[in-house]
Design a protein around this ligand. Structure first.
Ligand SMILES: N[C@@H](CCC(=O)N[C@@H](CS)C(=O)NCC(=O)O)C(=O)O
Length: 202
């Protein structure tokens, strides 16, 4: 299978981390949708990354569907609980929280790239506040636990680390480590995982 993406997309990182953590053989192809001739424009009608092309040509999108699918391919580890419906719900809610941080950070980034006179301060504020509130919520939920959910790594950890790496890239002025020491300590540990380190390289 082939994963199409870019190094900056947090959704791509999340999907890639799932494949890496589960040791699922795949080819990672840098394929920015903004490039004319990009493969993703031909395989995903939405023209978005990540897109996962299976060996039979079937294209899986978006990152949540890729993560769900990839998690069924083996049990080492199980990233989305299968039998405990409440635990599964908690993991999927973590994923939604992390994806929401990515969504808002991307809106804020796009707004900030507009010429200063055209920037909408209310939009910037709304989305930056959403990121702040979501981080506060994540910090409270994590507490002093080693993992976002349960006693081992899940999709929740992979989604959250992807969102935080994106914040470091696009909002380096945001001192989330200063405001949420528990998230900072958790991030240090997760970032040392071979999968996360591998995801930093193309
Ligand atoms: N909800 C989607 C979001 C995917 C998405 O928006 N990807 C962005 C990259 S961060 C994209 O491909 N945008 C197309 C473009 O910028 O042309 C997912 O989780 O996969």
């Amino acid at each position: 299978m082939k994963l199409l993406g870019t190094q900056t997309s947090p959704y791509v990182r999340k999907a890639r981390l799932v494949l890496l953590e589960k040791n699922i053989p795949h080819e990672y192809v840098i394929d920015p949708p903004t490039e004319p001739g990009s493969l993703v424009l031909r395989v995903n009608p939405l023209g978005r990354i990540p897109a996962l092309i299976l060996d039979d040509g079937f294209c899986v999108f978006d990152s949540t569907v890729i993560a769900d699918y990839a998690d069924t391919l083996n049990d080492a580890p199980i990233l989305i609980p299968r039998n405990d419906t409440k635990a599964r719900l908690r993991v999927k809610r973590w994923e939604a929280l992390a994806d929401g941080i990515m969504d808002s950070a991307i809106v804020a980034r796009n707004e900030s790239l507009r010429p200063a006179v055209q920037q909408n301060a209310a939009t910037l504020d709304l989305h930056n506040q959403a990121v702040s509130h979501a981080l506060e919520y994540a910090s409270g939920l994590l507490g002093e636990n080693a993992w976002c959910e349960g006693e081992s790594i899940t999709l929740a950890d992979l989604a959250l680390v992807s969102a935080l790496i994106y914040l470091d890239l696009r909002q380096s002025e945001r001192d989330w480590r200063g405001t949420h020491a528990n998230l900072a300590a958790w991030f240090e540990r997760i970032s040392a995982r071979p999968g996360v380190i591998a995801s930093n390289a193309a």
